[in-house]
Structure formats: C-alpha cells, structure tokens
Ligand binder design. Sequence first.
Ligand SMILES: NC(=O)c1ccc[n+]([C@@H]2O[C@H](COP(=O)([O-])OP(=O)(O)OC[C@H]3O[C@@H](n4cnc5c(N)ncnc54)[C@H](O)[C@@H]3O)[C@@H](O)[C@H]2O)c1
Length: 330
Amino acid sequence: MPNGKVLVTGVAGFIGSHVAEHCLRAQREVVGVDDLSGGFRSSVPAGVRFVTGDLRDPAIVDALWVKEGPFEAVYHLAAFAAEGLSHQVRRHNYLTNLVATTNLLNASIRGGTRHFVFTSSIAVYGTGQLPLREDSVPRPEDPYGIAKYACELDIEAAARAYGIGYTIFRPHNVYGERQNLADPHRNVIAIFLRQGLNGEPMSVFGDGSQTRAFTHVDDVAPWIARAPWVAGARNAVLNVGSDDAVRVIDLAAEVAAALEIPVRIRNLPARPEVLHAVSDHSRARSIFGTASPVDLKEGLRRMAAWARSLEMAPKRPFEALEIQRIPGGP
Ligand SMILES: NC(=O)c1ccc[n+]([C@@H]2O[C@H](COP(=O)([O-])OP(=O)(O)OC[C@H]3O[C@@H](n4cnc5c(N)ncnc54)[C@H](O)[C@@H]3O)[C@@H](O)[C@H]2O)c1
C-alpha cells in the first residue's frame, strides 16, 4: 500500500516531533498520536494531523486505523523512557513500552503496513559488552531494557510470520531542541540546562568521570524518517549516535559555557551505572552514508538558545511509583 501516509507515535515528544518534521519535508502525509504524558502539544509540527490517544488501549489503536489509516509506514517512538525509574514502575513500563507496541504491531499487520520503525535503546545491551555492537547478544538488566528487547524480538517474529518490514534503531543519548526540560528523571543535558537556567548547581553522580557520547537530534531523526524508503535499512537493527565520548563532568562545563554562566557542580553519591558507553555505528553509516555530525558545542549552543526562549514549565516528576524503595537502597 504505497500511499505515503505515515503514523508517528510519540509525536508530541522530543525525537518523534523531529521525525514527523522530516517526514513532512519528504512530502509524506503525517498522522501523529501522543497521550501528552511526556510530550507537549506545542511540539507537534504544523502540518501533522494530531490525535490524542493512549496506545496502551487496543481500542484506541484500532480506531486510529479505522479513522486515519491505512499507513504505509509506522514510526513507533512513544515510550516511557525513564530507564532508571523503570525498576520502580515495572507494570507501567511493560504496559507502555511493550503492550502498546504489540497493539501497534497487530494493527499494522492487519492494516497492511509495509514498514514498522521502532526506537529501541542501548539499554538492551546490558553491561560488559563494549563497544556496543549490534551482533552481540543483548543482556538487558532493567525493565526498560527488557521491554525494548522484547519489542525487538516481537517485531522480528512479526516480520518472519507476516513479512512486514522493520527497522530497529538503538540511539545513544540524543539531545536537542524540544527535549523535555521538565522531566527530572532523564537526559542529563536537559537536566543540566534546567539547573543552569534556574541558577542551581548541576548534579553529578560520583566524580563525573563516567563517559557517554551525546548525539544531536539532527543526526538521528533524518535517518529514522528515511528508513522505510532505504533498501539497506529493511529488517536491520542499527546503533545510531555520536562516536565522541565525553566525561559527564566536562559535559557540565560545556552546558554552562553554552548558557554563558560559570559552572557549578553538586556531587551526589555515585550510583550503580555503566562507567563508559561507546557504540559502534559502522553498520548504520554503511547504510545511510556519512554525514558531518553536529559538534557538541554547536548542538548545545542551539539547545541553550531554544531553552532560554521557553517559559520554564514546572518539574514533572513521575508520581505513580509502584515500588517506593530505590533499587539497591535501604
Ligand atoms: N532521547 C534519547 O536519548 C533516547 C535514546 C534511546 C532511545 N530513545 C527512544 O526514542 C523514543 C523517543 O524518545 P524521546 O526522547 O523523544 O522521549 P519523549 O518522552 O520526549 O517522547 C515520548 C512520547 O511518547 C508519549 N507517550 C508515552 N506514553 C504514551 C502512551 N501510552 N500513548 C501515547 N503516547 C505516549 C509521551 O507523551 C511523549 O511525548 C522512545 O522510544 C525512547 O525510548 C530515546
């Protein structure tokens, strides 16, 4: 069904809104859905036909196909992505990240969707697998990573059973304009920016020597948007992101520089986390080609300029914890 009409889930969220924008630029007709639990109506690009809906409910998903479908491609980006919190919200995590995905897959298969794009995570790898390569056997260690890996396996099973095409992306720490600055649980750059703009010190776990690679959204959203129309991306699992690892303590200094404020740090006790995470991106590059990535300083400058233009929303902590006790805590 090559009608060029696509569905983007999580369209009011950070990466989903950028993917939708790239789809519009490619002249696709875009329907977007989001329950606004973690996204903002104002982030939905003009030109998207927006539907509010909770994808955990199969009736809502099926109604999308009846009222708006069929869709040639589905980009499934909606998720509850606070990995660290997922131990304390197991049920919410599996309903939002796994069951919602199965609802969408069912509807996609029934509705004749040609290609299903899914944003998984490097959380599927677990520890001790460096560099993170797509051909290593995933060993996720938390409910978020387990849900993402279960989705990957389920999508692959659906492809074998029904021939639906897919591309699974495993992005590495994406940042940029329209990221949720009100979420205290995730995305270190957004947290540092918020703290800097509020005149607070930036909170660093341990001594900040842990390293991560940070990827501007402009380096991943175009590839995600193109995937259903790129032959090499069919039925592929792809790491995507930057190759340049930065120490978290140095990242704080870079965020402060982008905000043109002195850097102030508040050291918190170290938490159990991977010290160094580096992904291998050669497979994605061999398919999509090499582009010159947005340099971290430039990306932070753009994001800081955007963040300054915002009226700062109050912090939106996730309140419906199923287990109050912090993992490993008393
Ligand atoms: N940002 C990153 O660094 C990163 C890294 C790896 C993977 N990912 C994945 O990429 C995707 C997008 O992440 P993001 O950073 O844009 O997150 P985001 O929180 O900004 O966007 C997710 C969107 O999904 C929506 N949503 C949540 N539950 C929903 C439900 N039940 N029904 C409908 N909508 C719902 C939220 O309201 C939100 O707008 C997610 O799948 C995430 O797991 C993100």
